[in-house]
Design a binder for this molecule. Sequence first.
Ligand SMILES: [Zn+2]
Length: 250
Amino acid sequence: MISTTRPRRRTVLMAGVISIAVLFSVYLCLLIWAKPMFEYRTVYGIYQVWSDRPISPAIRPVLDDVTRRLKTSAVHDASVPVEIYICNAPWRMWLYGMKFSTRYGGVADVWLTRHVIIRAADIAANRVVSPWPYPIPDEQHRPLSYFIAHEITHVDLSRRFGRTMVARYPEWLMEGYPDYVGKGGDFDFDANRAKFLAGAPELSRATSSLYLGYHLRVAYLLDKKHWTLDRIFAKPPSDVELDSWLRSGR
Ligand SMILES: [Zn+2]
């Protein structure tokens, strides 16, 4: 008798590998050619906004506010078109956000498409719709225009520092600078430093979903030490150094 166990196992394994490769390829195609899956579109300046629901004309003042925020960026090129996809249906956020979750405000694909993905939004109110029965954390400082400007800044950073930047730079910089730009100046440095010194949970990434602590570090280097963004990226200070500088106030 000749055993067929090994060849069968090999065949099953091969079929599994091929199935995963096909699924992955289909998924990549869906990400790259997202437009046909979004019925509604509006163009305003450099912004192409796609959505699965009719887009309120109020998107214009929201985008004007995004432009205002992006003026604080050292890496934004106002001549480069931006593609923004608003995913009102949870499954779209789950699929196009690439995190296979719906519990976040937005994401930017800096690896492949450079699309900006935004969760369900109430455009007329300039806010994202909370995935919880209560408002999103720090809602008053994070309108819809904040999320859009924050994600565009991720894309802008990837154009300047490369698609692999996430693997080469610290998280406080990768998220702190988009938060800095996204807030568009709506940040009280002294109040947030006082909270940091007091050990407030919202200033710690470990105990909060917010980037306030990261923002504080970036604001300190840019606005207090007057470093350029290129200088920060050339040699980002360590967490220990930054916390020490912030504590001493020097
Ligand atoms: Zn971010």
